[in-house]
Design a protein around this ligand. Sequence first.
Ligand code: ADP
Ligand code: MG
Length: 309
Amino acid sequence: MQESEFSLINRLFTRTDSSRNPFTRLGIGDDASIHHLEPGMELVVSTDSSLQGVHWPDDFPLDRAADRAVCSALSDMAAMGAETLCIWLNVMAEHSRAVERMAQGAMAALKRYDVELAGGDTCRSAINALSVSVAGQLPEGTAMRRDSAVSSDNIWLAGRVGWHALGLQQWLNGRQDGAFVPCFEVITPLLQTGIKLRQAGVGCCIDISDGLLQDVGHIAFASGVGMDIEITSVPGWELLCQAVGEDSASALVAHGGEDYALLFTAPDDVSLPDKLAVCIGHCRSGKGVSLLLDGEKTDIEKAGFDHFR
Ligand code: ADP
Ligand code: MG
């Protein structure tokens, strides 16, 4: 006999092994959840969709797809410097087995990062998809925003770029045991790094989801600055060059998405925790982003991921 929607929800989405976040006054089970913020704190909210055939290949396991969907949503909290409080999870599934697989993956990710599930929705759909909303908090006025770079700032990168795209290439080429495949299968949101950066006084940050050049362009545009980035300074550059050669490595670094590294800007005198990030460039007056290779301007053009192009 087919299991009912409500039995599925009770069985799959109710966790008994997590301490409830004091932020949540009422969680799963009612028409809505209820939350409380301490005075002086701001609420930070983001929502993201992931669809089979768009965000993951048709033959990619659904539990891993759901794990990735949750982690990519959490990365938005890292980029803002927020402490993650909870998520809401909408599961759209072709059948109840697909609900089960996606629930397993989503719950595994939440357990890894000790994040509470405060509610969601479960329904049948023509294609498998997830929508994840996430809430976090931070002290008022301290969020790391895309519009607060200044022309005298340095540009820093915490994490890798290009590795996910290479892992995806290997996976699509049938090389499931490729060295970079794990970078595609598992997303690591840099939650603690984001909080440390905000605490160090960093004011401007973005997570690299759609490609370095495109995402950095968002900072340049929102802040009204120009930005120069030295591609060979990116962590792991030599390894990428060894794997695919310099031209392909440049393209992977410039356009490869979904690594969820944190790119931020900060003035000369910022004091960053040791080894958290490497300096990869400088802001300047003017506009636009230039990628440099050993100091020489390249002609690599903006071509990050765009759903409608
Ligand atoms: P409603 O009819 O008010 O939309 P539902 O019957 O859809 O409520 O859901 C019942 C409860 O189960 C709600 O509290 C909802 O937040 C929770 N819920 C449903 N699906 C999920 C899910 N995928 N993840 C977490 N909670 C869920
Ligand atoms: Mg509902």
